[in-house]
Design a binder for this molecule. Structure first.
Ligand code: NOJ
Length: 492
């Protein structure tokens, strides 16, 4: 087959034959149907309807309307050549009030059954995330959601049980939480995501950025562990699936690599961002010493039972990552609301080298050099096979694009370059012996990027959000990735 793309011949067949690839999404970002067929409210429904919280004033009421258009979406994914699809379940669509004794919404179950069946009928393997940030609002109102570990945990366990019971005969790849760190930092430290709590009273009425993020993170780790324990004991023997958690983490590089204090600061930043969750799960079994030293009692402690349950609970390392930053040490004590390890974050290093070229998203720059280091850091520290569950970019200039016809394709060289470099690093890491089992691009279609609304277009499919049926148009990168994985995956 002739191709418009050329690929590195040294990477041909670098990925194993059973490597899974596709796209990742999250229910609130794509589904729409926010109050249809018995769905209860999530904290993101309420947050989106609060004036001033979302950049473009939008809500996720309709999003991409994937709830209605899932069949066409699955057909498009098949055309894009994916082997797998990662999506999340909306807790409040399945249990509208969220609690352990609250009723199940059969219409919600039916929707996900239809989606799962459609995927399987098209030869696409589902990877299902139980929680992608959309806590049922009723639980937030009842007892403060994840701030209350004792009340929250049984509710999350029961929700997970319903999912395993109803979908586990066909779903074999489970993810408990998506990016617990971003949920807690953006929602409870910065207060810019739902549920919108922080110490900053110009932004949020309630909250305490110096304690709540660590409390919520603890609840996530512990409730995750109970759910894994239940899955392994009650479901895995017959359903034969696997369960993991997905952590976020960008690469932290020293600002001045000749300054030992910056080298230390960069490692501390990695620990505050990644090892915060990963050490208890895959490493020492406890929070990193650098965090305990800075945070003292503000960092919760695990009971012996919690420690035992958390360590080893996640069978694989679910990894989301996008970019890199330079870290410089700060002299003097850390601010009470610091959660980065007392560092100054830079876009350039001391020599003036940029971390990467800009995307359409301020924090996100193309930096495959850091991604390559991160893969090795995670593998070296945790020795756990990695599933890459998210990676991708926005690109400038996609807002004003005007399709010339229904089959028009948006040219997105910036995204193609990003994927070429990042996925190439995955292939090289595999050649070195690092075990990487999947790659999910973020994301399938442009969607609702949380507090950035519809302003960040991460998709390999362009969506006309003005149109009634949220019309989709392929971007060139979708076809690029299809051919690229065709080149990289070994065909035994
Ligand atoms: C991480 C999150 O899981 C996802 O929801 C978000 O849209 C992307 N990163 C891009 O910011």
């Amino acid at each position: 087959m002739s191709s418009e793309f050329t690929f590195d011949p040294f990477l041909k067949g670098a990925l194993p034959a059973d490597f899974q690839w596709g796209y990742a999404t999250a229910a609130p970002q794509i589904e729409g149907a926010w109050n249809a067929d018995g769905k209860g409210l999530s904290i993101w429904d309420v947050f989106g309807h609060t004036p001033g919280k979302v950049k473009d004033g939008s809500t996720c009421d309709d999003a991409c309307r994937s709830y209605d258009l899932y069949k066409a979406d699955v057909a498009r994914m098949k055309e894009y050549g994916v082997t797998a699809y990662r999506f999340s379940l909306s807790w409040s669509r399945i249990i509208p009030l969220g609690g352990a004794d609250d009723p199940v919404n059969e219409a919600g179950i039916k929707f996900y059954n239809n989606l799962i069946n459609e995927l399987l009928a098209n030869g696409i393997t589902p990877f299902v995330t139980l929680f992608h940030w959309d806590t049922p609002q009723a639980l937030e109102d009842r007892y403060g959601g994840m701030l209350n570990k004792e009340k929250y945990t049984p509710d999350f366990i029961r929700y997970a049980r319903v999912c395993f019971e109803r979908f586990g005969d066909r779903v074999k790849n489970w993810i408990t939480y998506n990016e617990p760190g971003v949920y807690t930092l953006a929602g409870y430290a910065a207060g810019v995501h739902a549920p919108g709590r922080s110490s900053f009273r110009d932004r949020n009425e309630h909250g305490d950025s110096s304690t709540e993020p660590f409390t919520v993170a603890h609840t996530e780790l512990v409730s995750h562990a109970y759910v894994c324990d239940m899955y392994k004991k009650e479901f895995q023997p017959t359903q034969k699936g696997t369960i993991m958690i997905t952590l976020h983490g960008n690469w932290s590089e020293p600002y001045d690599e000749t300054d030992p204090k910056d080298v230390e600061a960069a490692e501390r930043a990695r620990e505050f961002e990644i090892a915060w969750f990963a050490d208890p799960l895959y490493g020492s079994g406890d929070y990193p010493a650098s965090m305990r030293q800075q945070l003292g009692d503000r960092l919760p402690t695990f009971t012996e039972e919690e420690k035992r349950l958390v360590k080893g609970s996640s069978e694989f390392y679910g990894m989301n990552s996008y970019t890199s930053f330079f870290m410089q040490h700060r002299d003097g004590p850390a601010d009470i609301n610091d959660h980065k390890g007392n560092v100054i974050v830079h876009d350039k290093n001391k020599q003036g080298v940029e971390r990467g070229i800009e995307s359409d998203t301020p924090w996100l720059r193309t930096s495959p050099w850091g991604w390559a280091k991160l893969l090795r850091w995670i593998w070296g520290r945790y020795k756990t096979p990695i599933y890459i569950t998210e990676n991708g970019t926005t690109a400038k200039g996609e807002h004003d694009w005007k399709p010339k016809g229904p089959e028009d394709v948006l040219e997105d060289p910036h995204r193609i370059d990003f994927f070429r470099a990042y996925v190439g690093e995955v292939a090289k890491a595999c050649q070195e012996g690092i075990i990487i089992k999947s790659y999910f691009g973020w994301t399938f279609t442009d969607n609702w990027e949380w507090a950035a609304g519809y302003t960040d277009r991460f998709g390999v499919t362009w969506v006309d959000f003005e149109s009634e049926d949220k019309k989709r148009y392929a971007k060139r990168s979708a076809y690029f990735l299809k051919e690229y994985f065709g080149h990289l995956i070994r065909h035994d």
